[in-house]
Design a protein around this ligand. Structure first.
Ligand SMILES: *[C@@H]1O[C@H](CO)[C@@H](O)[C@H](O)[C@H]1NC(C)=O
Ligand SMILES: *[C@@H]1O[C@H](CO)[C@@H](O)[C@H](O)[C@H]1NC(C)=O
Length: 374
């Protein structure tokens, strides 16, 4: 989530972002088992000058970054040259600290790593900007972290504009969720979720849904509706699915969830295999949902009939029974959300329906995401 949110948000702001692998190969397995394909190898970046070097957290990822000598040199040059560098989650304590790049600077990090940071300099704020260094706490603070980097690179007005694109309302009066026709979503087995993805799907939504559901121990299958398992997401991140939709269609899923992204949603809509799976899901009374532009796909396939839903503001007017305001709307066995920054609430709402409040609080805490006590 951290890597993908940083890349996506910076690219939306207009930055040229290079995703570099410190592994011998370009494909890496991120936390939560998401497979991402980097743009290049770190060795190709050794002699370049960057305006920002940003380090995602995650374990053992942060230790793998720390052990990469080329990356250490790039980041040290960055600090010496008084250019921006940033780290989130485990990365301040596990990567920057041993490199000596936190010296005499206030910093923050994931709560689980705070005791490793120098006591006098560690602060518990979501974002800490100390000269060239910016640090933050975890997946749940990644949007704010990325926006702070946008602010420092492009200025406040661009940061504000991007924040609006991400649907990050400053107010918190937007209600978290609304529920109609309440029914239980509980299973006597570990729930299985199908997440179909396509070229042009929104990477933030894919990765956040997969990561958060897997943290809650849900069995998630990511299936590509393209000819290959590798898809090219909307902001240029390459994601490798677990299987192709044709193979995934041999099983039955407790939930089918569609990520958004305009072009991706259009491609999902055109998949005949997926259309059949969604119809079966609906007819059998099983759970389904969508975020961002994808509730429009459900609508076009007749799956929102008599149901209350929400979607990205750009498509919401096309739905006929829109709920006003809430980030997440549940109607019986349907769940929809506005998308982008609301995806964390969306995924947590699924966890809450499946397992209840206590497990959801626990997952939210690990993400360092503000979640209500009751
Ligand atoms: C989808 O993306 C993959 C991976 O980047 C690419 O190989 C493929 O050609 C794309 N498919 C279409 C139909 O654009
Ligand atoms: C809108 O959704 C509500 C809640 O599920 C439902 O009772 C109502 O019939 C729906 N209205 C329309 C016009 O579909």
């Amino acid at each position: 989530m951290e890597a993908v949110i940083i890349v996506d948000v910076l690219r939306r702001a207009g930055a040229e972002v290079i995703v570099a692998s410190v592994e011998p190969q370009l494909e890496v397995e991120a936390a939560g088992g998401t497979r991402l394909v980097a743009d290049t190898s770190i060795s190709k970046c050794a002699n370049e000058v960057f305006d920002l070097v940003a380090l995602p957290g995650g374990m053992p990822g942060s230790a793998r970054l720390r052990d990469c000598e080329v990356l250490r040199q790039i980041t040290s040059k960055q600090a010496e040259g008084k250019r921006l560098y940033g780290a989130i989650c485990a990365a301040p304590a596990i990567t920057l600290l041993p490199w000596g790049l936190l010296r005499r600077k206030q910093m923050t990090g994931h709560p689980a790593f705070m005791d490793k940071l120098p006591t006098f300099w560690a602060v518990a704020s979501k974002i800490q900007v100390s000269g060239e260094l910016t640090t933050s706490r975890g997946p749940g603070t990644s949007f704010e972290f990325a926006l702070s980097l946008v602010d420092q690179l492009f200025g406040e007005s661009v940061a504000k504009e991007v924040g609006q694109l991400l649907l990050m309302q400053a107010d918190d009066d937007t209600q978290r969720k609304e529920e109609y026709n309440k029914v239980e979503w509980s299973f006597d087995h570990n729930p299985r979720v199908l997440l179909p993805i396509a070229n042009g799907s929104e990477e933030i939504e894919i990765v956040a849904i997969v990561d958060i559901l897997r943290r809650a121990k849900v069995d998630v299958v990511v299936a590509s509706i393209e000819k290959s398992v590798q898809i090219l997401a909307s902001r240029g991140i390459k994601i490798v699915a677990d299987k192709l939709i044709g193979d995934a269609a041999e099983s039955v899923y407790d939930l089918i969830i569609l990520p958004g992204g305009n072009a991706g949603a259009e491609r999902l809509h055109k998949s005949k295999v997926l259309k059949k799976l969604l119809q079966e899901q609906y007819t059998a009374g099983r759970i389904y949902g969508a975020v961002c532009s994808s509730p429009a796909v459900l609508h076009r396939q007749g799956l929102l009939k008599d149901k209350r839903a929400t979607a990205h503001p750009s498509v919401v007017t096309n739905l006929n029974n829109v709920s006003n305001g809430a980030k997440v709307v549940i109607d019986g066995k349907l769940i929809t959300s506005k998308g982008l920054s609301t995806v964390t609430d969306f995924a947590l709402a699924i966890v809450s329906k499946l397992f209840g409040h206590a497990r959801t609080r626990c997952v939210a805490e690990g993400l360092v995401f503000d979640y209500p006590r009751s």
